[in-house]
Design a protein around this ligand. Structure first.
Ligand SMILES: Cc1cc2nc3c(=O)[nH]c(=O)nc-3n(C[C@H](O)[C@H](O)[C@H](O)COP(=O)(O)OP(=O)(O)OC[C@H]3O[C@@H](n4cnc5c(N)ncnc54)[C@H](O)[C@@H]3O)c2cc1C
Length: 227
């Protein structure tokens, strides 16, 4: 079996994926693209990703679609963090170590579900929604994206213009000035929406309560906490 030395331990070749590109979308968020190998996944799932053999990895949602030839991840560099800082310095030709995929943050019957889908995320919490939209182009969806600065819309061109709303908290220049919960108060969710929440726990719990108060049943609210 082929093994590649990375950090302290040798890693099985089927867990190693060659890095093809690292592209910075803002000063602290980057997209890392790597070879897919034989990895099969459903949009919304995540993997454990890390520097080969380092023995430290973190969960990252897959950003690319189910049928894409490569795997993409959208990662925010966390100041003082271990893995998000290590991965940032990857170069094409390097390898990352991937285990997985995992998770139930998925759309069960995307081809047969005509209900409105509301994707609510902060920062890189938009990653699983990007995978949904890439994988299921027929979906009735709206992305509500909470960010601090207008430049953090990442790949907004990948969403239909009328299906993406940025909620920018710290400056003008987005589709909405304020937090995403303020946007949702002014633009309440349809009661039959299937709502997906992704990002930090505080946003998820505040948004959950808000959606419940707007009449969305708890069974129709799914969440994925990043931190
Ligand atoms: C299911 C799941 C999917 C995830 N998918 C993604 C993804 O697609 N993209 C992505 O960028 N991250 C994602 N994360 C977060 C990721 O796993 C790491 O926690 C993050 O990259 C920090 O790892 P680190 O080793 O650099 O920092 P660490 O050394 O682990 O810790 C740094 C500290 O920063 C906090 N922290 C973690 N993430 C953030 C953040 N975004 N902003 C501010 N503080 C944070 C942690 O709680 C911790 O206290 C996901 C987490 C989970 C549980």
């Amino acid at each position: 079996m082929q093994k590649v030395e990375g950090g302290s331990a040798a890693v099985r070749a089927d867990h190693l994926h060659k890095v093809l590109e690292v592209r910075f979308l803002t000063e602290d968020a980057y997209l890392i693209r790597c070879e897919r190998g034989s990895l099969q996944f459903k949009a919304g799932q995540c993997v454990n990703l890390g520097f080969p053999g380092a023995g430290v990895n973190r969960e990252y949602s897959i950003y690319s679609g189910e049928d894409a030839l490569h795997l993409d991840f959208l990662i925010k560099e966390v100041k003082g963090g271990i893995v998000s800082v290590q991965l940032k310095s990857m170069k094409p030709g390097d390898h990352v170590e991937i285990h997985g995929c995992y998770g139930d943050f998925r759309i069960k019957n995307p081809e047969h579900d005509g209900r409105p889908h509301l994707f609510i995320g902060t920062g890189t919490g938009i990653a699983p929604f990007h995978a949904f939209v890439q994988s299921y182009p027929g979906l009735d969806y709206k992305v509500v994206h909470g960010i601090r600065f207008a430049r953090e819309t990442y790949d907004r061109q990948d969403y239909a213009a009328d299906r993406y709303a940025s909620c920018v908290s710290r400056e003008d220049g987005g589709d909405f000035r304020g937090r995403l919960t303020d946007y949702l108060k002014k633009n309440p969710a349809a009661k039959d929406s299937i709502c997906y929440l992704c990002g930090n726990r505080a946003m998820i719990s505040e948004t959950y309560e808000l959606l419940r108060s707007q009449g969305v049943p708890s069974d129709n609210i799914l969440s994925e906490a990043f931190f």
